[in-house]
Design a protein around this ligand. Structure first.
Ligand code: ATP
Ligand code: FE2
Length: 345
């Protein structure tokens, strides 16, 4: 049996977990919440630095108390998010991981955060070879595994969908993270329109916003600006949130469907924090149903950033002999998933 400790801390969530082949034994997280505005990389890194010791010791203590019989000496390797992510946050976590690996005399395993989102989803849902829609704060990509790598078939040309939602939410004066609040406002728009009161319905109706798909790529920055303009022009928040979601999610669904058609895949996996959105899930589920394909979405705790996904990908890499020597353990803020040779599939 293999036991891996994984540490995540690329942005807002510092989280550590212990996993084995068949389960997550214990996980502890500590969330950084900006007082105002978006995530401040140095503040987030300070948060991680001050919480790291507690989070890691709580996981180890928790695993012991869970009567698993595991102790710190049983750990086979230390996995950490090597990138992509915010430089100061990545460096804080990498330093802690190196220190632990050296102290325990165990190998380090640097993992790609995006692939960790994908592999925990495949593990949790039992998806074999899906087209993946990975949508989070900084990233938005459509990927498929082919010939030893996760290939990026389509991606955002500017900002990630999560950052677009968070930016627009901030413009409305809402606190970070904005995605869930926009989801609520958008759902309220659908509830308001009854089909009976025309004046009321107009206040909550769909507003055309820029729909930008170029080949297999998409863009969210023009859409975000247009949504801000619509708000300034007097449209209700509910209508703009609803229109923002319908437009952006339709773009993502279109590209995902095209990827499935191109690659002849009959499975689709949703990954990343924005995947928690029920409207996005609904659109993708309908698309998959119409094509006779299976739609997979993991529990919300495995969609947003979590330590278990880092530990689990670390375990896959460890078992296939992929560990990270100290000299190669530097952080990679722009680490792309297609740089990784997939040795475990
Ligand atoms: P990555 O490094 O993979 O980009 P991340 O740091 O952005 O990860 P995640 O937890 O994967 O972290 O995603 C966070 C994003 O998900 C935020 O932008 C947040 O607003 C968004 N989000 C969370 N819940 C929802 C929701 N219900 N609807 C839409 N967006 C959501
Ligand atoms: Fe993430």
């Amino acid at each position: 049996m293999v036991l891996i400790l994984g540490i995540e801390g690329t942005a807002w969530n510092l989280s550590a977990a212990l996993v084995t082949e068949d389960r997550v034994i214990y996980e502890v997280e500590s969330v950084y919440k900006p007082l105002h505005g978006g995530i401040h990389p140095r503040e987030a890194a300070q948060h991680h630095a001050s919480e790291l010791k507690r989070v890691v010791s709580d996981v180890i203590r928790g695993a012991k108390n869970a009567e698993t019989g595991f102790s710190i000496r049983d750990i086979d390797g230390i996995a950490f998010s090597q990138g992509p992510g915010m430089g100061p946050c990545l460096r804080t976590v990498a330093t802690a991981a190196r220190a632990l690996a050296l102290t325990l005399k165990k190998p380090l395993i640097g993992v790609n955060h995006c692939i960790a989102h994908i592999e925990i989803g495949r593990w949790q849902c039992g998806a074999r070879d899906p087209v993946v829609l990975y949508v989070s704060g900084a990233n938005s990509q459509v990927l498929v595994y082919f010939a030893g790598r996760y290939r990026i078939l389509g991606e955002t040309l500017d900002i990630g969908i999560g950052n677009a939602l968070d930016k627009f939410a901030r413009y409305m004066g809402l606190s970070h993270p904005g995605g869930p609040k926009i989801e609520e406002l958008a759902a309220a728009a659908s509830m308001h329109s009854s089909g009976e009161d025309k004046d009321k319905d107009r206040k909550y109706a769909y507003i055309p916003l820029p729909y930008v798909v170029k080949g297999m790529d998409f863009s969210f920055s023009g859409l975000t600006t247009a949504a801000m303009d619509a708000l300034d022009a007097g449209y209700t928040r509910e209508a703009v949130c609803y229109s923002f979601q319908e437009t952006a999610f339709a773009m993502l669904t279109e590209v995902t469907e095209r990827a499935m058609a191109y690659c002849g895949r009959d499975e689709m996996l949703l990954a990343g924090g924005v995947g928690a959105n029920r409207r996005l899930q609904q659109m993708l589920r309908t698309m998959c149903h119409d094509r006779g394909a299976r739609f997979f979405v993991p529990e919300t705790r495995y969609l947003h950033d979590n330590g278990a996904m880092i530990a689990y990908l670390g375990l896959l890499q460890f078992r296939s002999g992929q560990t990270t020597p100290l000299r190669e353990s530097g952080v990679k803020p722009n680490f792309r998933p297609d740089e990784v040779e997939v040795t475990w599939r």
